[in-house]
Structures are given as C-alpha cells and as structure tokens.
Unconditional design. Structure first.
Length: 142
C-alpha cells in the first residue's frame, strides 16, 4: 500500500496549516494585547487614584502648615508685645528707683550723721546744764 501524494497537494496542505497557525497566533496575540491594554488601564486608574490621594494628603499637610504658621506668628507677636510691655515696665521701675535714689538724701539721715548731730545736741545740753548749775551755785553763794 503506497500512498502517493502530489507535491502541490502537499504544499497546499502545508500552506493551509501555516495559514491556520498564523491565524490562531494572530488571534492569540490580539487577545494578549487586549489583556495588556486592560491591565495598563487598570494600573493607570490606580495610579491616578493614588496620585489624587497623595494630592489630598499634601493639601492637608499644606493647610496644617499654614494653620501652624498663623498660630506661631500670632503667638510670637503676642510674646513680642508682652516683652515690650515688660521692658516698658522695667524702664518705669528703673526711673522710679533713680528718682528714689535722688530723693533719699533729702528725706532720710544717715546713722553716722544722726549720731554726730545727737552728740552735738547732748554736748550743748550738757554745757547748758553746767551753766545753769554754775548760776545756781553762784546764786546760793550770794
């Protein structure tokens, strides 16, 4: 039993088989490309959503920074105003103290000066008492 096949028939079968393989390969590659496009679209959508979330977080951080900046600006301004008021108060106290130092010798006597003046007064009183005693003695002798 011999099978005879003509050359052109064999070439036709081979070309038909290659055509079917090529068609199935093209269909398979088309489906792979569709799946890849879907995956890329899904990845792009996820990236856009992540980017949106990051933008929202950065916006929240920026808002928090602005609020904190305003808070610290007002707090520092309050502290500077308080510092200025305290400085004015200290200057007023210093002026009052200098006035007090200038008025102090006019209103108060030092201890040494008081003792000296008291000694002089007592000496004068002693001399006056002595003179009165002398006058009394002279008056009794006469």
């Amino acid at each position: 039993m011999t099978v005879t096949v003509e050359f052109w028939y064999l070439v036709g079968l081979l070309l038909g088989f290659l055509g079917v393989v090529f068609t199935f390969g093209k269909l398979l590659l088309g489906e792979i490309e569709k799946r890849l496009d879907q995956r890329f679209q899904t990845i792009d959508a996820a990236n856009k959503a992540a980017e949106l979330r990051l933008d929202q977080r950065f916006q929240a951080i920026d808002d928090a920074n602005k609020d904190a900046s305003k808070h610290w600006d007002t707090r520092f301004a309050e502290l500077m105003e308080q510092n200025r008021r305290e400085s004015d108060g200290w200057q007023r106290i210093e002026k009052d103290f200098l006035r007090f130092q200038a008025d102090l010798p006019l209103q108060y006597v030092r201890r040494e000066d008081y003792v000296r003046n008291q000694t002089v007064i007592e000496a004068k009183l002693d001399s006056l008492a002595l003179k009165i005693e002398n006058v009394q003695l002279k008056g009794q002798q006469q």
